[in-house]
Design a protein around this ligand. Structure first.
Ligand code: UT7
Length: 334
């Protein structure tokens, strides 16, 4: 069976830089707290009305397609991962099809939050392996800033998240030596409410939200039980990375570059230590972009490639953990 490779990558982040000092002006927080607990120095937030989740995804996708040496008409299928779509429905995959003026190909929307890109990559990998499609666009894009509680009440969530998009073109590998070795997907729905945005939804009707007179009503903002999520993340990340290595008879020392979902620098450092990896083996850019959920892995991988950190044949591992809970990994020979 043929393998799939990432043939091209692209990313886009909004121009507007929001530093920790900027946040100090709108809520009770400090640069010291944010850096110490998360490693984040700044993030990008869209200029309201300027960027959209689908639009950022399209920009990242154009770069990925160009880098792959293809044109939009070569794309057979679109997978779009996001928790912050432009509309409640339809999902943004179809908006990419329209913007890139691609024929009426299929467009699938993935709802797996921080693990969304790896889930999307796994789906695309199966289609390439079976020969159903040759070139698949996998996009992760998030516009968090419009939906955050930017007051002191929401500070444990709002200081972390940033906006941006990343994209990859997955194609049939020219050789058996290169390509995705395996992907590993997991979920544990009993923790769904520990990191969630509950309404508006079929469980929280718009009328119910609009008629709330309680100033403490916050169901329309993301909720995160930070400590609880942290503890699960530092267990699940190493577990799912080891699962991928074991399946392929490889060791942590074989990894050239681990690109973890950029959730929190402390989580990545914890994972690095518990896996016995060196600083060179783990890529981090959360300092500059914050946590961009489904976009964080493709943005980070794209930057790592642009910085020359990955060469042909290198063993690359992607790993993610987040809301659901869902977690996932992908191992590939670049
Ligand atoms: O990407 C999806 C998955 N998400 C994650 O993996 C995130 C996992 N969780 C985390 O990264 C961390 O739990 C946080 C960074 C969210 C929070 O760090 P923490 O060390 O767990 O802090 P905490 O929630 O235990 O809060 C400690 C203190 C509290 O004050 P008191 O009760 O000790 O007086 C908070 O009110 O820090 C306070 N606090 C803040 N202070 C300044 C919470 N947020 C802030 C803030 N600025 N932004």
């Amino acid at each position: 069976m043929r393998k799939s490779i990432i043939k091209g990558m692209g990313f886009y982040v909004p121009e507007r830089v929001v530093t920790n000092a900027d946040l100090e002006k709108i809520m009770d927080t400090s640069d010291a707290w944010i850096q110490e607990r998360t490693g984040i120095r700044e993030r990008r937030w869209v200029e309201p009305g300027k960027d959209t989740t689908s639009g950022m995804g399209v920009k990242a996708a154009r770069m990925a397609i160009e880098q792959a040496g293809l044109s939009p008409s070569d794309i057979d299928f679109i997978v779009f991962a996001t928790l912050s779509p432009d509309y409640y429905f339809p999902g943004p995959g179809v908006q990419v099809q329209e913007a890139l003026e691609i024929d009426t190909i299929g467009a699938l929307d993935v709802r797996n939050q921080c693990s969304g890109f790896v889930y999307g990559l796994s789906v695309a990998d199966q289609y390439i392996r079976t020969g159903m499609y040759d070139n698949i666009l996998v996009i992760g894009s998030e516009l968090h800033s419009g939906g955050l509680d930017k007051t002191t009440r929401g500070r444990n969530v709002s200081v972390i998240f940033g906006d941006g998009a990343g994209a990859a073109v997955l194609s049939a590998s020219p050789s058996d030596e290169r390509g995705i070795l395996s992907t590993h997907l997991h979920s544990e729905g009993k923790h769904a409410r520990e990191l969630a945005l509950i309404g508006p939804s079929t469980q929280k009707w718009v009328d119910e939200i609009l008629t709330q007179n309680d100033p403490d009503y916050t169901d329309y903002y993301p909720y995160m039980n930070g400590n609880f999520v942290f503890k699960h993340a530092v267990t699940r990340f190493p577990e799912v990375i080891r699962e991928a290595l074991d399946q392929n008879g490889l060791n942590a020392s074989d990894i050239k570059l681990l690109v973890p979902h950029q959730a929190n620098l402390r989580i990545s450092q914890f994972v690095q230590r518990s896996m016995g990896l060196s600083d060179d083996q783990v890529y981090s850019n959360i300092m500059r972009y914050g946590n961009t959920t489904a976009a964080s892995i493709p943005i980070a991988l794209c930057e790592a490639i642009m910085e020359g950190k990955v060469k042909e044949g290198d063993l690359v591992c992607l790993a993610a953990f987040g809301s659901g809970f869902t977690w996932a990994s992908a191992l590939m020979n670049w």
